[in-house]
Design a protein around this ligand. Structure first.
Ligand code: ADP
Ligand code: VHF
Length: 501
């Protein structure tokens, strides 16, 4: 942007660069011009006082080139081996490029399993913050070598969103081979239109198709970017999808929003000290019209006005749930209200699934009637969680002794139709059989009704699975009678309910 710029306050910025921007899709040679331009952009941002974290994919891509293997293998162990081979070279490449500007870097490799433990999570947060205050650029990737589905982020879009939530970043930039979110895949549909501003990911889902993937190297295509945007904006992080072909667009975008924020409070042309800090408070269309600057190409996702508390964000997005608590629709309605405080009383519990200990994370499943609509087609909820979208047919009525198979599709994205046909081999589908004990006891009402259980949120269990099963459906006064103690009247706390579920 070639105008005199009144810069905004220093920000914390997470930049995620996908494989398609790091290595050539066919030759797997490193895209040095992009990498160098990213480094120059990071140096420029640092010189403006910003703190920057880089989330870099590309370990497997670099490994493919090192071993002269033409295609990304299907087997997990081969991919893990290639990541181990490529990661060293990848970090050496980054360190070399940053070294030209005397910029120090640090390698941070994470798995979801690592940060599922609250203490280890806080250690990772402290390390990242310490690195940033030392003026170092942390370069984050998933520790692919040891990641299996239970402890995997699954894709670096999600990892970057969780990283930005961990360090309370102001911005998350998802740099990729397209310059924003389109109504459908612009590689396949020439009539696809770019969206400039997204206020709510849940609200725009019906307007966009993300079911087709991009390059043969990327993981998840646009769907995982939407999930990442939902996680990051929920944590108060302004999220941007922009093209990696011109990384300096990041500087333009940050300056652009600093100008919009300062313009949004009319104070006879001066930057107001009371200019809004959260982009959510700015009517972008109105203010942009009054600003004569050209809009840099990108899609912005506005951050939540009231960000999720750190503990809730951790519970919702970081923890791998050990089991599930099935609730009725009345309890779901109560939990959807802010006044509920995200706490569940036993009266609304229909049953539990899986074995979990007190203190572990659990899925909250709501049990509801689908009125004859096939479950698989209707209810593939697009959860803002990176690794599980669960929909469980419970047809028609659950009784003790019945056997039910819960189909739990791991590693979203799922296409809107629920079909996994277009998904890459990374999106593994597991099946998990629920035993008799785990089936919620539900009154038999109508043989023709079809029931399903849909994940609507996550929380932390205050009692173990057997205990919650014993007190299900009862007044909380019965907890002490039945369990011999009652630390709390709530069976699950810190519940985050997805409002669009
Ligand atoms: N609605 C959409 N808008 C934009 N891109 C889309 C859309 N649906 C699918 N895509 C595809 O997503 C790709 C980007 O995802 P991906 O290949 O995983 O990139 P990365 O490696 O950068 O993470 C684009 O190249 C595009 O083909
Ligand atoms: N951790 C993997 C990248 C996984 C991933 O999400 O890739 P991408 O979709 O290209 O960002 C690697 O370094 O190869």
């Amino acid at each position: 942007m070639s105008r005199s710029v009144k810069r905004g306050p220093p920000s914390t910025i997470v930049i995620k660069l996908g494989t398609s921007s790091i290595v050539h899709e066919e030759t797997h040679q490193p895209l040095l011009s992009i990498l160098s331009a990213v480094v120059e952009t990071v140096i420029s941002l640092r010189s403006h006082g910003h703190k920057v974290v880089l989330v870099s994919s590309g370990a497997i891509g670099v490994g493919l080139r090192t071993m002269d293997i033409p295609q990304r293998p299907k087997s997990l162990s081969k991919k893990q081996a290639l990541a181990a081979i490529g990661q060293g070279r990848l970090i050496a490449l980054w360190d070399n490029l940053f070294g030209q500007f005397d910029q120090r870097t640090a390698q941070v490799l994470l798995t979801r399993g690592d940060i599922s433990d609250r203490t280890r999570y806080l250690n990772a947060v402290n390390t990242l913050n310490e690195l940033l205050s030392m003026g170092v650029v942390p370069i984050v990737n998933e520790n692919d070598t040891i990641s299996v589905s239970e402890i995997k982020f699954g894709d670096n879009d999600t990892l970057s969103a969780i990283t930005s939530s961990m360090i309370h970043a102001d911005y998350l930039f998802l740099l990729t081979d397209v310059d924003g979110l389109y109504t459908s895949n612009p590689r396949k549909d020439p009539s696809a239109k770019k969206l400039d501003v997204v206020i709510s990911v849940a609200a725009i889902r019906a307007q966009v198709s993300t079911s087709t993937l991009g390059s043969s190297l990327g993981t998840g295509g646009m769907e995982t970017k939407l999930i990442a945007a939902e996680i990051a904006t929920g944590a108060g992080v302004t999220t941007v999808i922009a093209s990696s072909k011109q990384p300096s667009v990041i500087v333009d975008i940050i300056d652009y929003y600093a100008a919009l924020k300062s313009t949004s409070v009319p104070t006879s042309g001066a930057v107001s000290p009371t200019a809004p800090q959260n982009l959510n408070q700015v009517d972008l269309d109105e203010v942009a019209a009054s600003l004569s600057w050209p809009r840099p190409p990108h899609t912005v996702f506005k951050p939540a006005l009231i960000p999720m508390r750190d503990l809730k964000a951790w519970t919702s997005h970081t923890l791998y749930p050990a089991g599930s608590v099935v609730i009725d629709s009345g309890a779901h309605a109560v939990l959807s209200r802010r006044e509920s405080g995200g706490r569940l009383l036993p009266a609304g519990v229909l049953g539990v699934r899986g074995s979990f200990a007190s203190g572990q994370a659990v899925r909250i499943l709501v049990h509801r009637r689908t009125e004859g609509v096939p479950v698989e087609a209707k209810e593939v909820a697009q959860m803002p969680y990176s690794n599980v979208a669960a929909t469980t047919p419970c047809t028609p009525v659950l009784e003790p002794g019945a056997s039910v198979t819960a189909s739990v599709t791991s590693l979203v994205p799922l296409s809107r139709s629920g079909s996994s046909a277009s998904l890459s081999d990374d999106m593994i589908s597991d099946s998990q059989t629920i035993t008799d004990d785990e089936i919620p006891l539900i009154e038999k009402t109508d043989e023709c009704e079809i029931w399903d259980c849909v994940e609507v949120g996550r929380g932390l269990a205050n009692y173990n699975s057997a205990q919650i099963s014993r007190v299900r459906g009862l007044n909380s006064a019965r907890i002490a009678q039945l369990l011999g103690y009652a630390d709390t009247e709530y069976v699950v706390e810190n519940i985050t309910i997805r409002m669009s579920a």
